[in-house]
Write a protein that binds this ligand. Structure first.
Ligand SMILES: *[C@@H]1O[C@H](CO)[C@@H](O)[C@H](O)[C@H]1NC(C)=O
Ligand SMILES: *[C@@H]1O[C@H](CO)[C@@H](O)[C@H](O)[C@H]1NC(C)=O
Ligand SMILES: *[C@@H]1O[C@H](CO)[C@@H](O)[C@H](O)[C@H]1NC(C)=O
Length: 367
């Protein structure tokens, strides 16, 4: 974890203003620390930097359904429809703002919250990364934000939206979305990972090539309930992790906070770490997000005391029986996305797990 410690130390001396553990382990994928940047044997080398021609650009198929373009809230509080997060037509109730639920961790000059407390700009530059985190921890919930990444060359940057227990113990739980910058806004990669009881090594990568993440806001979400975790964008599930406790596998069992960070991942993020951030040429990097002020999640008394969130008297909105599996439409979308845009799946990496065997869930039907 040498590089991880370095990143944390660098942040601490530049502009950390609160002591919150926001750099959970997954943010520097440990499997990348051990490989030379030009020896990323764990995934197909399609960087084009190895003397081989790049593979032909994939023909971009049309999504089976066109996701509704989210309209950024412009200060006029929407009325709640009473539907659940993730349901068509759902609008966040206007019952809380950024300041009710989050703390800025790095310098406020780099996390600029709008007056209505619903939107913020996050700026990464040579002075500072941008980090904020929830004040509280939750056990199950629907976490989402509408996010627009900067256009242009964002090589070396990582925008992370993730839930994590505090990470001080080596048994932490975590669900990650990491958007890896690139030379253009095409081929921005969404890496996802899952840690349960401190065990990660479950990376998947999708290139977000069916839309342009820099020209408008898109809705990135993590749905976590008692039976399933679904991670995706604009209602397209890219990643599913089932509760397999009935098969003897561990599932999430701690409170987790929600964290958002924009930081320098030069050592690994873009094309296996070959292309690093050039602050002089490309910074500042400014991402904008909104639609995250309301927490659709069950707040726990503490990380290790799940209170009534573990066995709630009434199933919350994100944990209805209909939320326990993908719907037929979600399965179609999931398969479409994975057939066309998945560039790495840990469950298909025979070489990486040749000596240890693949994580057990890889041998169980996905859903
Ligand atoms: C935040 O950044 C501003 C502008 O770069 C600087 O003047 C200020 O000292 C910084 N504050 C902290 C706490 O680092
Ligand atoms: C960046 O773009 C290249 C092609 O230009 C692609 O091979 C790679 O998967 C993309 N993503 C990252 C994170 O490097
Ligand atoms: C993007 O920026 C990187 C430095 O971060 C540089 O090495 C690379 O050549 C740039 N790519 C393009 C297409 O300008």
């Amino acid at each position: 974890m040498e590089r991880a410690s370095y990143a944390v130390a660098l942040l601490a001396v530049t502009c950390l203003i609160a002591s919150v553990n926001v750099f959970a382990q997954s943010n520097i994928p440990s499997f990348l620390n051990d490989v030379e940047p030009d020896n990323t044997a764990w995934m197909p080398d399609n960087s084009g930097n190895d003397g081989n021609p790049s593979p032909p650009a994939p023909v971009t198929p049309t999504p089976p359904t066109t996701p509704a373009t989210p309209s950024p809230s412009a200060g006029s509080p929407p009325a709640s429809t009473g539907a659940c997060p993730g349901d068509p037509g759902y609008q966040e109730p206007w019952d809380s703002t950024f300041w009710d639920n989050f703390n800025i961790v790095t310098n406020g000059t780099h996390v600029r919250v709008s007056a209505d407390g619903d939107a913020c700009d996050m700026q990464l530059d040579a002075d500072c990364s941008a980090v904020f985190g929830s004040k509280y921890q939750y056990f199950t919930g629907y976490f989402s934000a509408k996010l627009q990444l900067p256009c242009g060359n964002s090589s070396g940057t990582v925008f992370a939206f993730y839930t994590s227990s505090d990470g001080k113990m080596d048994d932490h739980d975590e669900i990650d979305i990491e958007l890896l910058g690139n030379e253009t806004s095409k081929h921005i990669t969404m890496q996802t990972n899952i840690f349960i009881n401190g065990v990660g090594d479950r990376e998947m990568r999708h290139n977000l090539d069916w839309f342009d993440p820099c020209t408008s806001h898109h809705d990135y979400f993590i749905k976590w309930n008692s039976n399933i975790v679904v991670v995706g964008v604009d209602d397209i599930p890219l990643r599913v992790h089932m509760n397999n406790e009935k098969n003897g596998l561990p599932y999430f069992n701690k409170g987790q906070g929600l964290y958002v960070s924009y930081w320098d991942g030069s050592s690994w993020a873009t094309q296996g770490g070959r292309i690093k951030i050039d602050y002089a040429m490309n910074a500042p990097f400014i991402a904008n997000l909104n639609g995250f002020h309301h927490m659709s999640a069950c707040q726990v008394p503490s990380e290790r005391d799940l209170g009534s969130c573990k066995y709630p008297a009434v199933a919350p909105c994100w944990d209805r029986p209909s939320d326990h599996y993908l719907t037929a439409k979600q399965k179609t979308d999931f398969e479409w996305a994975n057939n066309n845009f998945c560039i790495y799946d840990y469950c298909k990496d025979d070489q990486r797990f040749a000596s240890t065997g693949k994580p057990a869930e890889c041998n169980i039907p996905l859903y």
